[in-house]
Design a protein around this ligand. Structure first.
Ligand code: MG
Length: 327
């Protein structure tokens, strides 16, 4: 069945659509009450985030817009030290979207939410004229345990900078599909719950964490430098990039430092915890290529890259346009 303007009327067609796809796939008792807002248990410090997903194509190697929207929101909560709990989702559907596709997307959201330990408890659906596009906004709520204080301003001299795995996979996978380039690169789209929990449980002192999404590692680490007043020094040789993505970047003149990922994080941790943190991430799902890639030095608020032949260059944040609609 195709989405028609009637599915956005707020009437019977809308409730049928919600009931047969979203309510059925998400299966949450709070959501099923279909009240004006979800009333949720929880206390303490609340973390709240929202993000919109407009990726095209909606199904790409290694994932789809459903998995992406859950991972993106869960990961943003995790990076602030919160335990992710609840998500909302707003669907903007263009007339002509296939309900079979919508069901696949909802199923993917549900499976990813289960994997990440979050519940989808509220939602909205609108239909607009168009040619079958699907866009999703997700908001997420998490609770920050006492004693947790994670933020870019907390980077301090001597901290180790860690990355949880290879750079650029999501960006290269979506770009390959959009450009019709045949390869076996798949998106890294994943919830990072397990690796963050492992680090917290082993008592690693995490000073700052970010997921490495649009803008890439270069942009994130410039934010670390700018917020903390420190300089971040990276070793180019230690940056993990797969052979395939390195080749892809070489051919197209792209820099993995500015490629978007959807299942990678960078963290600044106390130097004495660096090895333990990398071991925790490597033992976790999606973290097998984790590495220490640099350290925090005294302050000039810049990001420096040390090359294998002994040179050093300043790396700025991403300027201008990145590839549109990778997330
Ligand atoms: Mg983020």
């Amino acid at each position: 069945m195709k989405i028609t303007m009637a599915h956005g009327s707020g009437g019977k067609s809308t409730s049928d659509l919600i009931g047969t796809i979203f309510e059925k796939e998400f299966g949450d008792p709070v959501l099923s009450k279909m009240e004006d807002s979800a009333v949720l248990p929880g206390a303490g410090r609340i973390a709240l985030t929202t993000d919109s997903f407009v990726v095209t194509p909606v199904f790409f190697p290694g994932g789809d817009i459903g998995r992406l929207c859950v991972c993106g929101t869960v990961n943003d909560l995790l990076m602030s030290g919160a335990v992710p709990k609840y998500l909302t989702c707003g669907f903007i559907l263009e007339e002509g979207a296939e309900t079979d596709d919508l069901r696949k997307i909802a199923r993917s959201m549900s499976e990813t939410a289960k994997e990440a330990g979050v519940r989808i408890v509220a939602g909205d659906t609108k239909v607009v004229e168009g040619s079958g596009g699907v866009y999703i906004n997700t908001a997420g709520v998490g609770f920050v345990p006492d004693g947790i204080d994670i933020g870019a301003e907390n980077c301090r001299e001597g901290d180790a900078i860690l990355i949880s795995g290879n750079l650029g996979d999501h960006h290269a996978a979506v770009m390959s599909r959009r450009m019709g380039i045949e390869n076996t690169i798949v998106s890294d789209c994943a919830p990072l719950v397990e690796m963050v929990n492992a680090m917290k449980q082993s008592g690693v002192h995490i000073h700052a964490m970010r997921d490495v999404t649009r803008g890439g590692l270069g942009t994130v680490l410039n934010e670390f430098a700018s917020s903390s007043g420190c300089t971040i020094e990276l070793e180019e040789e230690s940056l993990p990039v797969s052979e395939q993505v390195r080749g892809f970047c070489g051919v197209l003149g792209l820099d993995p430092l500015y490629m978007g990922n959807e299942g990678k994080m960078v963290a600044a941790v106390a130097a004495e915890d660096a090895e333990r943190a990398v071991a925790c991430i490597r033992a976790s799902r999606y973290g097998e290529n984790a590495a220490v890639i640099g350290h925090v030095a005294t302050g000039e608020r810049i990001l420096l890259l040390k090359t294998p032949i002994g040179g050093t260059r300043v790396v700025g944040p991403l300027y201008g346009e990145g590839l549109p609609r990778i997330c």
